[in-house]
Every structure is written in structure tokens, then in C-alpha cells.
Design a protein around this ligand. Structure first.
Ligand code: UDX
Length: 483
């Protein structure tokens, strides 16, 4: 075995879903800004859509040491990952993508052998720690520390008989014995896959396994900040050797980008859908803090009945709203069933609907006063950074724990999980926009300030990113090349 000193070269590989690719791209840009050589590996289909709808190439072409490469997930081109097909995707990636990645590494197709891999911890199986070439892996998890910690605790809760959550039981029952979450976590706040009958589902097992694997890696990277999740991070540090908290990545990237704010058309966009920028002009015409922004992220699908309850609730609230209705948001849409006149009229007067919005710009807009969200972690952080109070309607996975922390721990929003009727929607909108606005705004603005301070020079996330970059530089000396 011989030791070789090589130029630091980071290979980054996100799990193929927008909520994972977005933050990994932001991290790639931050590492490139620090001068590191970075190779970003993406699944073909995801990459093609990003190229089509974002400024990816112009964003990264300014870094001479940055390269994109793509690889197949082994599935037909039309396939777009969804959670119901998670096992199909992961099995295919293990069988097809994993050996291909090894081959690409050995053949030099990805450039000089990387001195470290930043791998999405949601598919930690992608790199075997003992396989040659042996390359140190830093594991990036794109979820909150609180949901990561909740997932880590599931095996213990099953052992103690606190799980599974049974059909007839009180969903408000408190979960006991999870450090840092005493008197906070109820059955209904656990990651969704712990619910009735799903305990043995492979998806729960998969999420728990990946979380446990992530805790065991040399280093864990989290898109969060110390001042938000300090107590939970202290618990996590007892299990994980080394954690870098470098978020919120959107704010961190903005604070490190040199020079003036770029023109809007060069702003990095967050999606693989065509962005409808007309909503910004609509927002320009609305009074300050008068609009509630509604978005359920990139993958959530809702039923037609739920869609209609939300629509009625928004109109009945009497407040203005901007709603992202993706073409695939509503399942089983009844096209025959026309739109009631009061909804059409209310929307014409006070509403705007788009297929995909420039979310970060929207949240930062002066007219936005509230955010009705599914609490995907990216959206939650974007809401925090923008200082916008939330109405939480989480749907699956980490979102259920995130929303509990938003409402009960950070006190920056109201949680309406498991409820979906027009009366509740209208009430929540009025509470966030009016009745409880003062109490929420106090903590939201404080939390936003903490977020921004953490990414400024000397802040906790700023320093942790510096430490990580420094450690990556040192890792080159550890790489063992093939015999
Ligand atoms: C998924 C999971 O749902 C989430 O729970 C997990 O934390 C990450 O992966 P997703 O549901 O898409 O992600 O939610 P989220 O994490 O909030 O990411 C959505 C991204 O799409 C955000 O960065 C948001 O800015 C962007 N977006 C959404 C837009 O740019 N425009 C839109 O109209 C809607």
C-alpha cells in the first residue's frame, strides 16, 4: 500500500430527488467558491430537467475546477422517483449505479481519483467503505437534526413497546425517553412511516437503516444551525463522531457570493420545472405582508377533496393567497366537477395560482405575510431565513417532526397536521396573518436573525464550513491508492 499526496478533489453525489439535489448543489457551490476541485455526479434524468429549467451551467461555469457528470439510475427514462417507488429506485441503484460508479472511479472518467466523497446519506450503500479505491466518505443528510434524531430513536421505541402506533390509539400520546424531545414528541409527530400497520414496511426500515448508517460514518454534514437545533445536536453528538452544521445553506451561499446581487434571471432557481415568474409581478401589486404563500414542495400529492378544502379555506379566509399548484399536485382530479363560482370569484379577486414559483424570491417578497407549507426541510429553512411565520400541513417522512418543532419548540408557526377542512384552513390563515401575528412574529424574526448571523463570518455555520473545508484539505494525505 503506498501513500500519495494528491490535490483535494471532492466527489458529490446526491440522492435523486429535488429536496436532496438542491442543498447538495448549494454545498457544491460553496466548496467551489473556496477553490476546491469538485465533481458533481447526478442521475441523467434529474440533470436533464435541471439543465432545462435552471441556470445550472452559468452558475457553475465560473469555477474552472468544477465538473458535472451524470450516471444512470438503471430505470427507464420516464421514471421520476417518488416515495412509493423508493424500493424500486434503491434496488436498481444498488444493482446498476453502484458498480458503474466504481468503474467510473477506477477508469478515471470522473477525473483524478477523489480524495473524499460527499455522499447523500439517504443511500449510504452506494459506496462500500472497504472497497478499493478506499476513499473517505462524508455523509450529507438533507433533513433536520430533530427528524434525524427521531428516526435514530425508532428501534429503541419499538423495543420498549412504544411503537408501532396502533390504529385505535390516541395520536396525542406523548412519546417517552427520547432525549431532547421530552414533552414535545407525540405519536402523530413521529416520522410518518411509524404509523399504523406501516411499522414493518420496508420504507420505515430503509429510513431507519440509512439513519443509523449515517451516524456511523466518519463525518455527518447537516443543513441546520447550532442556534436552532443545539439541544438535539448535543444528543446526536453522543452517537456521531463528527458533525458539521453548515446551514441554512441558501443563506450561507448568498452571504459568501461575492459582489452585488445578481440580476433575477441569473438567480439560482430551485427546481426542475419551468418557473412562472409572473407571480412576482402579481406580488408587486399587493400590499405589504398581505399574502399567504401556499406550497407543498416538489413531491407531495393530495386528493381532489383535500385540494378543494384548501381552496375553500383560502377563499373563505378573506386573505390574499399565492398557491403553487403543480400539474401533478392533485391525484384523481374530477374534471367533470366544475369549479364553484365563489371559488373562481374569490381567486380572481385575491388569489394567484402558478405551476412552479421562484420560492426563495417569493418568500423574500415584501407582500408575503405567511407560508402554508408541508414542512419539507428546505422549505422550512427558507421560511425561517425569510422571517415568515408558517402554517404547517406536513405529509410524510421528516415533515411531521419538523412541523412539531416549528410550532412547539421554535414557536414560529401553527401546526394543522392530520386535519384538512376549510374551516380549519381559514382559521389558521387568519391566526397567522392577524390574530396571533404579533406573538409569532417575535420569535420568527429572532430565529431569522440567528440564522443569518450563523452564516456570517465568525458565525457557527460559517466556522463549521471552514473547519470542514480544512478537514477536506487534510484528507488528501489519508487517501490510500490501489496497490
Ligand atoms: C423532500 C421531502 O419532502 C422533504 O421532507 C425532505 O426534507 C427533503 O426532500 P420536498 O417535498 O420537495 O423534499 O420539499 P422541500 O425540502 O421543501 O424542497 C422543495 C424545494 O423546492 C425547496 O427548495 C423550494 O424552494 C423549491 N420549490 C418548491 C420551488 O423552488 N418552487 C416551488 O414552486 C415549490
Amino acid at each position: 500500500m503506498e501513500e500519495e499526496e494528491a490535490e483535494p478533489h471532492v466527489l458529490m453525489f446526491p440522492f435523486p430527488a429535488l429536496g436532496h439535489v438542491n442543498p447538495m448543489l448549494k454545498l457544491a457551490e460553496l466548496l467551489s467558491l473556496s477553490g476546491l476541485r469538485v465533481t458533481f455526479l447526478n442521475i441523467h434524468t434529474i440533470h436533464q430537467r435541471l439543465i432545462l429549467h435552471t441556470n445550472l451551467h452559468s452558475r457553475f461555469s465560473r469555477f474552472p475546477k468544477f465538473r458535472f457528470h451524470t450516471i444512470t439510475d438503471g430505470l427507464p427514462p420516464a421514471y421520476i422517483g417518488s416515495l412509493t417507488k423508493l424500493s424500486v429506485l434503491t434496488q436498481s441503484m444498488e444493482a446498476v449505479t453502484k458498480p458503474l460508479l466504481r468503474q467510473m472511479l477506477l477508469s478515471g472518467e470522473l477525473g483524478p481519483i477523489p480524495t473524499c466523497i460527499i455522499l447523500d446519506g439517504f443511500f449510504s450503500f452506494m459506496v462500500d467503505s472497504n472497497a478499493k479505491p478506499r476513499i473517505p466518505v462524508l455523509c450529507f443528510r438533507t433533513v433536520s437534526a430533530c427528524s434525524f434524531w427521531a428516526y435514530s430513536s425508532i428501534p429503541k421505541l419499538i423495543e420498549e413497546g412504544q411503537l408501532p402506533v396502533r390504529g385505535e390509539e390516541d395520536m396525542d400520546r406523548m412519546i417517552e425517553g427520547v432525549d431532547g424531545m421530552e414533552n414535545v414528541l407525540r405519536c402523530r409527530d413521529l416520522p410518518s412511516f411509524s404509523r399504523v400497520g406501516e411499522q414493518t414496511e420496508p420504507i420505515l426500515q430503509y429510513c431507519v437503516d440509512q439513519t443509523i448508517q449515517s451516524s456511523k460514518t466518519q463525518s455527518l454534514i447537516l443543513n441546520t444551525f447550532e442556534e436552532l437545533e443545539g439541544p438535539i445536536l448535543s444528543c446526536l453528538r453522543k452517537r456521531c463522531r463528527n458533525i458539521y452544521t453548515i446551514g441554512p445553506l441558501n443563506a450561507h451561499l448568498k452571504s459568501r457570493l461575492p459582489g452585488e446581487k445578481s440580476p433575477p434571471e441569473l438567480e439560482s432557481s430551485n427546481g426542475y420545472r419551468e418557473v412562472d415568474r409572473s407571480c412576482l409581478a402579481w406580488l408587486d401589486a399587493q400590499p405589504s405582508k398581505s399574502v399567504v404563500y401556499v406550497s407543498f414542495g416538489s413531491v407531495t400529492v393530495i386528493g381532489d377533496d383535500q385540494f378543494r378544502e384548501f381552496w375553500h379555506g383560502l377563499v373563505d379566509s378573506g386573505k390574499r393567497f399565492l398557491w403553487v399548484v403543480r400539474p401533478d399536485l392533485v391525484a384523481g382530479k374530477d374534471e367533470e366537477d366544475g369549479v364553484p363560482a365563489e371559488l373562481e370569484e374569490g381567486t380572481r379577486e385575491r388569489g394567484c395560482m402558478v405551476g412552479w414559483a421562484p420560492q426563495e424570491e417569493v418568500l423574500a417578497h415584501e407582500a408575503i405575510g405567511g407560508f402554508l407549507t408541508h414542512n419539507g426541510w428546505n422549505s422550512t429553512l427558507e421560511g425561517i431565513v425569510a422571517g415568515v411565520p408558517m402554517i404547517c400541513w406536513p405529509q410524510f417522512a421528516d415533515q411531521l417532526t419538523n412541523s412539531r418543532f416549528v410550532s412547539e419548540v421554535w414557536k414560529i408557526g401553527l401546526d394543522m397536521k392530520d386535519v384538512c377542512d376549510r374551516k380549519t384552513v381559514a382559521k389558521m390563515v387568519n391566526d397567522v396573518m392577524e390574530n396571533r401575528r404579533n406573538e409569532l412574529m417575535g420569535s420568527v424574526l429572532k430565529t431569522a436573525k440567528l440564522a443569518l448571523t450563523s452564516v456570517e463570518e465568525g458565525g457557527s455555520s460559517y466556522c463549521d464550513l471552514e473547519r470542514m473545508i480544512n478537514d477536506i484539505q487534510l484528507l488528501r494525505q489519508q487517501r490510500q491508492v490501489i496497490d
